[in-house]
Design a protein around this ligand. Structure first.
Ligand SMILES: [Zn+2]
Length: 315
């Protein structure tokens, strides 16, 4: 162990990965962790606060081309290199994404055009919910300062929601129950092949490269059509109750995502929290908090099941 400890670097950088080519940006965030016992850290000559878990996050000033970021941690000095390109960050427009989605959706065998009847009056044992843990396998999603992957955080929340729903008597199907890669468009497809009453995808958020992660943290639920909006609203109400005073709610938002864009089956995507700052990382991997959030999401799904089919969608 002594030898191993001596080999461990005093500091690790989780974002941006070494050697990557970043788009044209003046600034980006950098995050990572220091080894146990390291109490001083400077990045680009500026002192950086080390959180109690060893995680840290700071903003970098960038220049076009090669960026060599000098990091001093304890008595160790290292350079972290990556390049910044000339091309600006590609803008994801709703239109171009819709065109891609349209193409891909041809592969999903929709049984009918009409919306699935709302499960009003059905017993929980007759209601089937498909839960989707975002990312998986070769697709890690975002990373926390210590390098924990979003795919793992998503799966842990999904397992807790599944447990809570099963305790209430619902049938639950998971798109993945381990670290498996699943094609984005196979996820909503699973809602069809399983004849689901609802589909809920679980994710954790990250800010844009040039946004300071310390300035953004909230939970939100995305939907695409009124069917998804009712489900999203019911889930968001329960999440806002349990997360009141912890992180703010951004409410429900319209989004043309592959997993929300489902004409028949009420579908939504939950962004549980961010995980890009040391504080957020610690919160996301707190299992008591996670269980409370998962139970709130399960209750939101149960509330949605009990809604009247003719009730207007909440604003
Ligand atoms: Zn995600």
């Amino acid at each position: 162990m002594v030898v191993l400890a001596a080999l461990l670097a005093a500091v690790t950088v989780t974002f941006p990965p070494a050697g990557t080519k970043m788009p044209a940006l003046d600034q980006c965030y950098m995050s990572g962790a220091v080894a146990r016992g390291v109490t001083n850290l400077t990045v680009q000559g500026k002192p950086v606060e080390i959180y109690k878990t060893g995680g840290w996050v700071t903003m970098l000033d960038l220049q076009e081309g090669l960026n060599m970021i000098e990091i001093v941690a304890g008595s160790e000095k290292t350079n972290h290199c990556f390049t910044v390109g000339q091309k600006p960050l590609p803008v994801k427009t709703g239109e171009s994404f819709a065109q891609v989605a349209e193409k891909k959706y041809e592969k999903i065998p929709y049984a009918k055009d009409a919306a699935r009847p709302h499960p009003t009056g059905k017993q929980p044992s007759e209601i089937k919910i498909v839960l989707d843990a975002g990312h998986g396998g070769k697709d890690p999603g975002t990373r926390s300062p210590h390098g924990f992957c979003e795919k793992e955080a998503n799966l842990r929340v999904v397992r807790e929601i599944a447990k809570a729903l099963e305790e209430k008597g619902y049938q639950v199907v998971l798109t993945r129950s381990d670290d498996t890669f699943i094609d984005l468009f196979d996820r909503p497809k699973a809602a069809h092949t399983n004849d689901a009453d609802a589909f809920v995808s679980i994710h954790h958020n990250a800010p844009g490269f040039s946004t300071d992660p310390r300035t953004v943290r909230y939970h939100t639920v995305y939907y695409w059509n009124p069917l998804g909006q009712r489900l999203a609203t019911a889930i968001n109400l329960q999440m806002a109750t349990v997360l009141d005073g912890d992180i703010p709610s951004r409410g429900t938002l319209h989004a043309n995502y592959a997993v929300t864009r489902n004409p028949e089956i009420p579908s939504c995507l939950v962004e549980v929290d961010f995980m890009t700052t040391p504080q957020a990382e610690e919160a996301v991997f707190d299992h008591i908090r996670r269980r409370a959030i998962a139970r709130a999401i399960a209750q939101g799904i149960a509330d949605w099941c009990a809604l009247s089919p003719s009730a207007p969608s909440a604003p």
